[in-house]
Each structure stands twice: as C-alpha cells, then as structure tokens.
Unconditional design. Sequence first.
Length: 261
Amino acid sequence: MSRALHIEAAGRTEVGLRRSINEDVFALRSDLGLYLVLDGMGGHAAGDLAAAIAAETMQRFYEDGGTVWPVDAKGKASDPQAFLVAAAKLANTRIRERAARECAKRGMGAAFAAVHTGSSGFCVAHAGHCRAYRLRDGRLESLTEDHRGLNAYLWRGVALDVAERMPDRDALTRALGMKEKMDITSRMEDVRPGDIVLLCSNGIHDVMSDWQIAAVIAGRSDLAATADALIAGAQARGAPDDITCVLLRWSTASEPDGGRQ
C-alpha cells in the first residue's frame, strides 16, 4: 500500500449581500501546487481588478519559474518559502504599476492568502485579512494573523480593551498594492494524512466563529459540499462582504476520500 500523499482541492466564491460586484478571486492550480484566495480592497478603486492582477501574476510567476525576480525579494528560487513571497511581491509591483498608469485605479489593492504545496509540506503566505486555517484531528488552528489595526495595536503592547476602541481597529495595515515595498508574512508547515487547510476571505471569518467553521469542515467528507456549506453559512449570517473559500485535503493514495465515509 502506497503511503504517498495526494491533495484534493475545491473552491467557491459568491458576491456579498451588500455588494454589487464580487471583488474576490480564487485559483486552484494543482499543476503548480498553488492555491490562492484574494480579496479586492473594499471601498477602493477597482478592487476586483487588483485581485485579478495579483492572481494572474502569481500564477505566471510559478509557470515561468520565477524568471522575473522582484528587486525587494530575498532568498533563492530554490527556497519554496522565498519563492512564494517573491510571487506575492511581484503581484504587489504589478498592481502598483497598473494604478500608476491609470488615475482611476489609484488606491486599488488586494488582501490575499496563498498556499504552495511540496513533497513534505506546504508554505503559506498572506497579507491583509484573508486567512489560512488547518483542521487536524478535529482541531482548527489559525495559520495566519490579520494585518489589521487591532492586531497592530496588540503587537505594540496596547491593552485589548483600548485597542478595540480605536477608530482604525478594522483598517488593513497590509495589502498587495498598498506600499511600494510590501512585507509578506509566510511560514512552512508539515502535513499529515487527513489534514484539511482552508483559505478564506473575511466574508466567512467575519461572520462565522472558529468553532462554527470547524463544525462545517469536520462534518462533511466531500470538499465541494464543504465549500458550499461554508458559503451558505456565511450567507445565512448576513455576510456583507464577498465570500470565498478554498479547501485542500491531504490523503493517502489508497484513500482518495481521506478514509472518511
């Protein structure tokens, strides 16, 4: 019996209940081992375009083997973590280049969360309020921390009750396109059979608690049905923002459904 792990993937996006267009984008590129969720910055010019530019740029970066390496990216192309960060930095540059050419697009940007899978684990990178979670042995773990004003205050040692009263507590402090040189948070993770990773926009996690998300994921074996249930759960709770999720599950080659009935 082979113990090689393979990956199943599913994704879905829907426009938010208070939106006229969907500014979220997702990508499932199993051929590249690349999975993306991007959220165009709400209230900014052409957020849907920024998300689309970022998604296209990051996929093309992997297709081309990183031939255009951003000047502010560190590390080597042989380092999977450095490679994913470089892809995001190039996306940041491309968004800013487009905005500089078109006045109406100035200020556009996109939050993102991305996973690149390898033979023994995966790298996750993000900026903004798109999140990555892992469900392992029934326990949901957050792999990211939002780049929002609230966390920025907490990281500086401000008391929670004070930070929660700050007028900019919900403002994004990072997003692709926001600054010329963008810091990208990244980490490497191992994998085990049965692990499920969720990438999602704030349309889900702003209205669903971690335990509600965990209950939806743990209660279903079909990933496409799980994605549908997450979207439906957010809509039932009146999600104002666009709702997007990508789900990945690792299983042994002899158990394509992760051994679940």
